[in-house]
Design a protein around this ligand. Structure first.
Ligand code: APR
Length: 168
């Protein structure tokens, strides 16, 4: 079993091997988590990302952390919520699956996720939290790992806590 941890606050505060960025396909930064990570990592991050773009929704691109404490940043692109009939759930699940796969391949022990797609991309918090917790609790690559969910706002905090409490 993985250890699932709810961090009520800023993703950038979390002590972790890997931090996950809620990016867009251009990987050139934006607002929210993306803006916070690029501000903290510094301009070299954008140069590194330029070489890795574009990143299709559901996939992951990996850079070093540059000015950030975590060794690596996993840039993943969540789905834009369009009502739930455009395969959004599977694309969101793939974000978590692919990040866990990269964590396992690198033999690292701890990863910190924001609530991917629940901000600018409009994914309903409760549905997104259920996907995040279900994938991270069951995925073979998560076994034995520390999985931190950084919930910046009360709505995501409640949604993640509820999804974690519902685990068997
Ligand atoms: N720490 C933890 N969570 C945060 C932080 C932070 N520093 N900043 C924002 N959040 C939360 C938001 O409250 C939201 O619940 O992360 C969640 C994801 O929000 P966004 O950052 O808007 O990401 P997303 O919904 O995936 O939209 C991605 O927004 O910033 C642009 O370039 C990005 O185009 C992309 C889009």
């Amino acid at each position: 079993m993985p250890r699932l941890i709810l961090h009520a606050g800023d993703l950038l505060e979390v002590d972790t091997d890997v931090i996950v960025n809620a990016a867009n396909s251009s990987l050139l930064g934006g607002g929210g988590v993306d803006g916070a990570i690029h501000r903290a990592a510094g301009p070299a991050l954008k140069e590194a990302c330029r070489l890795l773009a574009p990143c299709p929704p559901g996939e992951v691109r990996v850079t070093e952390g540059f000015g950030l404490a975590p060794r690596l940043i996993f840039h993943t692109v969540g789905p834009i919520w369009q009502g739930g009939q455009r395969n959004e759930a599977d694309i969101l699940a793939n974000c978590y699956r692919n990040c866990l796969g990269e964590l396992s391949r690198r033999g690292l022990g701890r990863i910190a996720f924001p609530a991917i797609s629940t901000g600018a991309y409009g994914y309903p918090a409760a549905a997104a939290a259920r996907i995040a917790v279900m994938v991270c609790s069951r995925h073979p690559a998560a076994q034995g790992k520390d999985i931190v969910f950084a919930a910046f706002d009360p709505q995501n905090r409640a949604a993640l806590a509820s999804a974690m409490n519902a685990l068997p």
